[in-house]
Design a protein around this ligand. Sequence first.
Ligand code: FAD
Length: 524
Amino acid sequence: MAPILLLLSAICHLIVIVGLTLHPTDFLIGTEPQLSFNRTDLHSASLDFGKMTSIEPTAVLHPSSAADVAKIIKLAYESGHGFVVSARGHGHSINGQSQAANGVVVQMSGSSGAPVAPVVSEKLMYVDVWGGELWIDVLKSTLQYGLAPKSWTDYLYLSVGGTLSNAGISGQAFNHGPQISNVHEVDVVTGKGEVVTCAENKNSELFHAVMGGLGQFGIITRARIALEASPQRVRWIRVLYSNFSVFTHDQEYLISLHGQPSSKKFDYVEGFVIVDEGLINNWRSSFFSPSNPVKISSIADGGNVLYCLEITKNYYNHSDPQSVDQEVDALLEQLNYIPASVFTTDLPYVEFLDRVHKAELKLRSKGLWDVPHPWLNLFVPKSRIADFDQGVFKGILGNKTSGPILIYPMNKNKWDAETSVVTPNEEVFYLVALLRSALQNGDEALTLERLSDENRQILKFCKDEKIDIKQYLPHYTTQEDWMDHYGEKWPQFYKRKMEFDPRHILATGQRIFEPSFISKMKSW
Ligand code: FAD
């Protein structure tokens, strides 16, 4: 690849010298086997899970190594006109975050698998993986050694680089922190095309910048992820509440046990809101038994909203089943859920971790997966979560929704303040994830317009009520809003951008920084 990219670089320099106005990516056509101009490739790189926006790149790079990624970025960085480059993991963003208008999308996850296979160190309990590796494949490779990562997302068909660029959270985060708190080291290709290995104590500024960095500082080509001995089975429990403050009190109690020995705490704490009778058997709640239906109206405390606490206890083949029961019972005894609302199932660890994929297959079979997803994810400070409940769950949402609404607290002390992520300024904050699908089934309440409007109302409500939320998987369209989002972290974020991607080449789909050559581009 090297000689041709050198030639391309020379051509770009020539353009600057002789003043031609062609776009640099025009010269990429027909040169590299890894670069695709194929219509299907361009089209699929223009789409994401959100299905609300579509912008085609000029080309798609299928890298076979970090060196390929470095070459394309160096070319963009050094060429007179410049062009943008965005990594794309599995394309599971909502608002076009991995798009590259008039530029190159680097397709990190591919159907043909990662260019570099995972390498497990049993002794040091870590795995080295390609940045585009999907978490499901990370899991499969570590299980061969009886090991597994500690911190997860609910869904495993996401790329390592994609979730580390956000944070990567699930019900284990209260205990282990987000995925970015469980990474030893990464290789990053910066916006200057340099490949840099970084860690907490080595090139630490870049390491912290890329963790939760929304792809702004470099493309992660390798990550070293911490492992633990993998449990084999999971006791998965759901209990219901009609009273919000009792529900949150119990959730907060459970996450306060993070420092306790594993026999004295759950391994996973999540929860969800049920505002719609039909949703009691939705894709997140599939194990409420159809033979034991729960009628919201029969147990809800005068209102139409129920809350479900979801907890798990991991165990090993060698664990004594009786002691697992005793540990679970001792923890449940401390909680104040609705008596007789305990739903329990027991399943292999892998099946638990991969639970959303099962739901995906069901939704796909009904044509309900590839639809617009106006998702909204918020971190809400603990002190205002009751106000949020009143105003949003019992107010704006009404009694109809088309997707799960997750709610669970996390401990801020498990998040490294040096990373690029911003969270509310309180020791405990909640994730509220409105994971709704827009449907065209004739129901006005479920249209994209209606759901998007509700999202706007929720954000306005928080602003008017001065609830200091932070968006997770944030989406803004002006730099002013981004500055507001980062707050006191903005100067550091900006300084890091100037250092690691001074031409603003990377991840422009996030719409934080305009490329420095914007005036020469047709659109951004
Ligand atoms: P993409 O959408 O392709 O990319 C996201 C951003 O990261 C883009 O800006 C891109 O340029 C950048 N990027 C991608 N790869 C790299 C890389 N190697 N180096 C640098 N930058 C890169 N998130 C959670 O935290 N917890 C969950 O439980 C969870 N569940 C989800 C369930 C579903 C069904 C879906 C669709 C999403 C879920 N997410 C969850 C959100 C998910 O973390 C984000 O969508 C994330 O962006 C990962 O998706 P991706 O790998 O497809 O990345």
